[in-house]
Design a binder for this molecule. Structure first.
Ligand code: ADP
Ligand code: MG
Length: 329
């Protein structure tokens, strides 16, 4: 790509904090502190699959890093370094400047250094790899849930998927999405859209949960699917009361809308944390939520058996319309 090096120099060469050698050489050099493990995670975002084609580039830059920061949060790791591989259809300087600003501002807020990447011409795709540090043996894993643990969720569920349903209904002949859009009104729609396009990773909460939570995952594919991964990996089941799942003020008046009902249980892209912790740690979990400025809600219990049972307030089984997002499902 013509101007590739100028583009990298202009938009992706930021001051670093904790990096021995950053952008500009054949590889970056970093030092992991003694006693720490390196937590590594990568996410690929493809235009048309993971984001709508006209998504605001600044929000896209934010989200591309946010989904990786969220993985660090879910591991209880401190984010340190990231790399960015970018395929761009053209070297649109204004677009790249906005994208870069969105990513830079979030990286700055979470003290994460951009240490390298790759830039090439192609259909718009963004791959960020993030590297974090966690004291050896202390990471929050998916396989640690134990019988009797409480199941917790941070923040609120369903906003992002509700926002997506509203946005997508513009393009497709989707009556349910359009009716939700009309029902929500402008302010609530904007808040849902912001949750979709500019999610706030729960890094402080993840760190505060070290030594408290037995297991954790971030809600990227939908609450039911993601808690399901924890249960599978841990070899346990869980019972969750649907009415206890936390809902935002934006959606509170609309929980009987079929799109919202589905979004809360199975909608993706919320980037909240779902975690389990022993009953004896309830006060400590609440304190971790307070300290990190994110409400936490107890929604159920880890039980014997396999899989997730969703129940209503009367204990009757609730069957969701779909389990969650699966690209090859
Ligand atoms: P090479 O081809 O030897 O891998 P490149 O010419 O692709 O090197 O990249 C030059 C430098 O710029 C490298 O340090 C690389 O990590 C960095 N870089 C390339 N693209 C990006 C990007 N999108 N964001 C951050 N750093 C980048
Ligand atoms: Mg290269």
């Amino acid at each position: 790509m013509g101007g590739e090096f100028a583009l990298i120099a202009r938009h992706f060469t930021w001051p670093t904090r904790a990096t021995d050698l950053g952008v500009g050489d054949d590889a970056a050099l970093v030092s992991v502190a003694p006693g720490m493990q390196l937590a590594v995670s990568t996410d690929l975002l493809v235009g048309g699959t993971h984001f709508l084609p006209q998504t605001d580039p600044r929000r896209l830059g934010h989200k591309s890093l946010a989904v990786n920061l969220s993985d660090m949060a879910a591991m209880g790791a401190t984010p340190r370094w990231a790399t960015l591989a970018l395929a761009l259809p053209s070297a649109d300087d204004r677009w790249v400047a906005e994208f870069s600003r969105g990513m830079h501002d979030l990286a700055d807020a979470f003290a994460t250094d951009l240490i390298g990447g790759d830039t090439t011409r192609g259909p718009l795709a963004i791959c960020v790899t993030i590297f974090g540090e966690v004291p050896a043996g202390e990471a929050l894993r998916r396989d640690g849930a134990r019988l009797g643990d409480d199941v917790w969720v941070s923040g609120t569920l369903g906003d992002a998927a509700a926002g997506l349903a509203c946005l997508a209904s513009r393009a497709a002949a989707d009556a349910a999405g359009r009716s939700l859009r009309a029902q929500l009104g402008e302010a609530a729609f904007d808040r849902c859209r912001e949750r979709l396009e500019a999610p706030q990773p729960r890094v402080a909460l993840g760190l505060a949960l070290r030594g408290i939570a037995h297991s954790a995952i971030d809600v990227s594919d939908g609450f039911a699917a993601d808690l399901g991964h924890v249960l599978d990996r841990s070899g346990v089941g869980a019972r969750v009361e649907v009415a206890r799942l936390p809902v935002s003020p934006a959606l509170a008046g609309h929980i009987d809308h079929p799109v919202v009902r589905d979004a809360i249980v199975a909608g993706g892209d919320d980037y909240e944390l779902c975690f389990t912790a022993p009953e004896s740690f309830r006060a400590r979990v609440e304190a971790a939520g307070q300290a990190s400025g994110v409400p936490v809600t107890r929604v159920g219990t880890v039980v014997g058996g396999r899989g997730l049972s969703l129940v209503d307030a009367g204990g009757r089984a609730v069957v969701p319309a779909r389990a969650g997002f699966d690209h090859f499902g």
